[in-house]
Design a protein around this ligand. Structure first.
Ligand code: S3P
Length: 175
């Protein structure tokens, strides 16, 4: 089993912020699958969806997943909200699902100082009804895929980071 920690969860739940907090209080190096895709293709996610379509983006996610499995270890990997569907996800590392109700996620985005930018860069968060439907579809799938689920509602990123590291340690101890 690889020693990576993989963060999955819905758009806007705070995977990136939690990843940064974990990196700050541990020895982990952090990478993000959306960042990798943007640098691989020299194109923003929003543009990839607009110009090439979602299936093309999903293929790029699979490419990144293959590389993570073959070449990356001891790393904290934050992912895009649909990345958990890559076929080899379980081979990349321990899977941590950051969980929160849809309304709290939406509130968290809206209250952010850069709310407009945060919403604009996410093609699948343009229509709230559709985003909520996607959340409903994926909610159980995230839980099923994850080794550990953490409820992040109303918790600071520092608190979540500590809880995450503690749970990962316990999980590894049991294995
Ligand atoms: C997506 C989530 C996005 C990004 C892309 C698709 C999804 O990442 O990968 O827009 O399918 O949920 P975030 O979860 O960081 O918003």
């Amino acid at each position: 089993m690889k020693n990576n920690i993989v963060l999955i969860g819905f758009m806007g739940v705070g995977k990136g912020s939690v990843a940064r907090a974990v990196v700050e209080c541990s020895e982990h190096v952090g990478i993000d699958t959306d960042d990798l895709i943007e640098s691989m293709s020299n194109t923003k996610i929003k543009e990839i969806f607009a110009k090439k379509g979602e299936p093309y983006f999903r293929d790029l996610e699979k490419k990144v997943a293959t590389w993570l499995e073959s070449s990356v270890d001891d790393t904290l990997v934050s992912t895009g909200g649909g990345f958990f569907k890559v076929p080899n996800i379980k081979k990349i590392g321990i899977i941590i699902h950051l969980d929160s109700p849809f309304d709290d996620i939406y509130k968290r985005i809206k209250e952010h100082p850069n709310a407009q930018r945060k919403l604009k860069k996410r093609p699948l968060f343009q229509d709230i009804t559709k985003a909520k439907e996607l959340y409903k579809q994926r909610s159980a799938q995230y839980k099923k895929c994850a080794d550990i689920t953490i409820d992040v509602t109303n918790k600071s990123v520092e608190k979540i980071a500590k809880e995450l590291l503690k749970k990962v340690k316990e999980y590894k101890g049991k294995k």
